[in-house]
Every structure is written in structure tokens, then in C-alpha cells.
Design a protein around this ligand. Sequence first.
Ligand SMILES: [Zn+2]
Length: 313
Amino acid sequence: MTRLTRGAAVAIGAAALIVTLPSSPAQAMRTSDGAARAQCFEPRDIGAGAKSADGVRAADHRDVTRKQQRAIERRTKAILSARASSGQTAVTTGGSVPVYVHVMADKYGNGNVTDTQIANQISVLNKTFGGQELVGTAANTGFTFTLAGTDRYYNSTWHADRQSTTYRARTRQGGANALNIWLVDFKYLGIATFPWDYASNPSIDGIRVNFGSLPGGPIANYNLGETATHEAGHWFGLYHTFQGGCTATNDEVSDTPAQSSATNGCPAGRDSCSLPGLDPIHNYMDYSYDTCYNQFTTNQSSRMSTMFSAYRS
Ligand SMILES: [Zn+2]
């Protein structure tokens, strides 16, 4: 199968968002298949459903406007300061995360990844979140991952990520702190939910990852398992490093230089934004190749602990 660069579909996804974004988000969140999609603007919902040969990672989380971004920051601060004033620890660094892997194969067994691939995927999560791809520069986030369960389904509809609200609700396991990974076959590398949406929509919380992106999978340039790292980054509360474009606020993380747009491949020296710093092309929250990725930053690491403490513990 032909696949995709992470960068190319950004424009497509963004255009679709612009065209269809509602003037009143609250109203538009009602869809014919129920309220469960409310917190998750998925690419399919915004009319970009056709299979394409580019841009798997486009629009891989719900769109968050600048205004919503500000509201999320305020809400997080309020939660943590309420906790601190009642004498509780506001933020705990890192933590142990149980992982439930749901293998959504089709009725012929396509997508039925091996237990070894799953074990290797967990190792990649531990390596990347442990800062071990660039020791001394990459942040050790303090998060560790343990496989808590694997289940396998042979359902061609679910395999193609159709009825995702239903299959996630039926198969999800664990509480707010449990990372659920659904392995499916779709035109994206992955899609994630954010921690601040958990309370209003717990049954779909987790990440959907293309089974072909697991270590040893068939997607060229994206088969070292670092799609799961990227999607888990969103699940912990990180935005893309190009969130908000070439602006001072950007991704709410001060040590990731602002970018105008997503990176494709691994273009050394790329500098898409006039603000200080080269584009963080090696950051897990850009769209670069798996081989190009090697780090989270210190401030991304502390943001993840902050968000995990506020919404997942
Ligand atoms: Zn993403």
C-alpha cells in the first residue's frame, strides 16, 4: 500500500477544518450518532474521509482553537491550585501507566500483529518517554509503560476504524490513567484524545494507531513504533510543535521553538518561523520520520506531568 508522509495532508486537514468548523461549537458537537463524538473532532467527521496517498498524521487530534487553548490552560491551573490549597500534592512527576492493546484485525486476520511486535512497541514507549534516544538531551519524562492486557477482535468494520465510538466504548479498559491503544487500518498513522476531554467522554479515551506503524510494520519511514509515542504525547496533553503556527504562544511549551508548519522527512536546519530557534524536527510532536525523532523536551515533560496530575490521576 502506498503511504503517506506525515506532512502532506496538513493542508487538506486544515482546509477541511476551516470550511466546516461551526460558529457555535456547542451545537455542532451533536452528531447523528450521539454525543460521544462531541469531544473528538475526527477527520472523517469533517469530510476528509477519502483514502489518499498522503498525510496520515493530519488532523490527528480534535481541533483546538486559540481561545479553547487559553481556556484549557486556565482550567488546568484552577484544578491544580484547588488541590494545592486543600493540602494535596498538585503535580506528581511521571508515573506508571498500564497499557491495554486492542488488536482490531479484520475477519481474515489482516492487522493481527504479533505479541512480539506489541512487546517491542511497549519497549519503544519506555525508551522514548525515558529519553533514551538522545541521552543527555532528550527529557526523561518519568513515565513508564507496562502491558496490562492484549485483546484481539476479528471484525472488518472495526479494523477499518468504522464505528469507532462504539468499538472504543465496548473494548476500553482501565481508568483515566490507563493508555488504551487500538490498532486499526486507516489512512492515518494515528489519532488521539486529550486528557482534558476524559471526564466528559471517558469511553473513547485513548489512541488509535495504524497497525502498520508498529516496530517491523509495513509503513515505510514510520515503522519504528514512534507513531504511538507521538499519539501518547497528545494523550498526555501535548500539542504539535507547530500548533498555532509561527506565534509566541505556539504549543504552550517554551523550549520547543515555534514552527509555521509541520515537518516532512528530516530536513536538517529547517527554519520555517522567524521567531528564535530552528524548527524542532527531532521532536516527537512534529510530523517527521520515525528515524528523525529522538526527543521530548524538558518543558514538554513537565507539561505531561502537569496534565496527567490534573486529569488522569
Ligand atoms: Zn499529532
